[in-house]
Design a protein around this ligand. Structure first.
Ligand code: DLL
Length: 437
């Protein structure tokens, strides 16, 4: 089995890697100052001389780029090549507001598929695998991104796209799919549907699941692995930076190796904007090092994670990103305590008698967030017995209070009442403000 896709890059010495990063950063800075008026102006205003950039430590002097900057330059204002050199356009999902547009040159597409082939190889996939891609194909980067990477790897790719769960299952059976690619929440939808159809999981050929596009907990990974009898790995990316392929887990399943020869990742304090001390959780900031069409400098992702610096048993020297624990804009402040939806998920998955589907409803009362957690019970569970129901609600409340230090409302709902998504699950219904992005 091929262990690495590009061993010479994935196992580089730190000093060689940093030299390469510096050179690539210098050429990216040259590219953006020459071709993107937005950066030229910004650098000038802040007195930054891209030619004088001689150390990676200078990175923190560069200004950030935000989602708003992208929006203000809609659609093509931040492109660094003429449109005739752009061969593909994608747009961000727009779940948090107006969509933003990104463009790729031929070289960018080559790099992208290489990055994805890398993360797929790290996750155990080879050219012997049959890869079913249940991410949406279209403006979303998930479908095409994983597709081209899997093809590059030489796997047999099934471009089924998202939705139509029955058909997905039929194809898994008939085409002997070995690798599922989708969001983690959709993996659970598939697992539930297979259970309802009495499908013998052991008779399937499934071995691997590559899941990404939304946050998920370790508990959810265990649930997916147990239900589908697969090895489930996490992979991360965002359209503004490229799409999937920014970072992905190896079979150690303990953090996502960042493709650091193409992306410089920093972790900053989202309030002070200063770099976080090594190993601490903060906002992920990404600078692209090789993108031609749509380079970004210090892009604030709003995703929260930390960097794992310790060597990994797989032999890759690329540093790892912890799983994404949430987004800066998903943070709930409940009675003064900061809570991320994923912390709630981790606790719910540990409790017997409730299913893996939940939703968090947030409202504002005065200056405080009021939170109600809707939890689906598993099939046939005493929905008619009030006393048992109350006991279960109390138990969930107590666990949340003990582990998060907060009191939240908990409501049990019948199986299959919460909306299922074929893509990114909507875990939080935020009613705090209509103007919130
Ligand atoms: O979701 C790219 C992608 C597709 C990555 C498929 C992996 C697999 P966007 O639609 O631009 O791009 O959304 C990016 O999704 O900023 C995170 O908040 C979230 N996200 C993506 N992957 C993960 C992950 C794609 N593995 C936004 N864990 C990001 C947690 C993730 N959150």
């Amino acid at each position: 089995m091929t262990k690495y896709w590009e061993e010479e890059k994935e196992c580089m010495s730190r000093s060689d890697l940093e030299q390469l990063q510096l050179e690539r950063l210098q050429s990216t800075l040259f590219r953006v100052t020459t071709h993107v008026p937005f950066y030229r102006k910004k650098f000038k205003e802040e007195g930054i001389d891209p030619d004088g950039f001689t150390s990676l430590a200078d990175l923190s002097k560069l200004p950030f780029t935000t989602k708003d900057d992208l929006r203000h330059n809609y659609p093509y204002g931040l492109f660094a090549v003429p449109l005739r050199d752009i061969v593909r356009l994608h747009a961000s999902s727009g779940t948090t507001g107006m969509a933003t547009v990104v463009g790729y040159t031929k070289n960018d597409l080559k790099t992208w598929s290489t990055m994805v082939a890398r993360i797929m190889t790290a996750a155990g996939v080879t050219n012997d695998d049959v890869v079913q891609i249940a991410f949406g194909y279209g403006m979303f980067t998930g479908g095409f991104g994983l597709h081209y990477g899997a093809e590059r790897l030489g796997a047999s790719v099934i471009p089924i796209s998202s939705g139509n769960t029955k058909r997905q299952i039929q194809i898994i059976q008939d085409f002997r799919t070995t690798t599922m690619v989708c969001t983690p929440s959709y993996a659970l939808v598939l697992a539930d549907a297979m259970a309802a159809m009495d499908i013998n999981i052991n008779a399937l050929s499934l071995k691997f699941g590559l899941f990404g596009g939304e946050p998920w907990s370790e508990q959810m990974r265990r649930e997916i692995e147990t239900k589908l009898h697969i090895i489930a790995t996490d992979n991360y990316g965002l359209s503004e930076v490229m799409g999937p392929g920014v970072a992905g887990e190896c079979l150690e399943r303990n953090g996502l190796h960042i493709n650091e020869d193409h992306f410089l990742v920093e972790i900053i304090n989202p309030e002070t904007l200063e770099p976080m001390p090594a190993g601490e959780v903060g906002e992920v900031v990404v600078t692209t090092l090789t993108k031609e069409g749509f380079p970004v400098i210090r892009y604030r992702t709003r995703d929260l994670a930390r960097i794992i610096d310790a060597p990994c048993a797989c032999g890759r020297t690329l540093r790892r990103l912890s799983r994404i624990i949430g987004r800066t804009d998903d943070m709930l402040i409940i009675k003064g305590v900061n809570v991320y939806p994923m912390q709630i998920e981790a606790i719910l998955f540990d409790i017997q008698g409730i299913g893996p589907h939940y939703q968090i409803i947030v409202e504002r009362e005065g200056r405080l967030d009021k939170v109600q957690v809707l939890v689906e019970v598993v099939e046939g569970i005493f929905f008619d017995q009030m006393k048992k129901q109350r006991q279960l609600v109390d138990h969930i409340k107590k666990r949340l209070a003990a582990e998060l230090g907060i009191g939240v409302e908990v409501k049990l709902v019948e199986e299959k009442t919460l909306e299922r998504s074929a893509g990114k699950a909507k875990r939080v219904i935020d009613k705090r403000s209509q103007t919130r992005e």
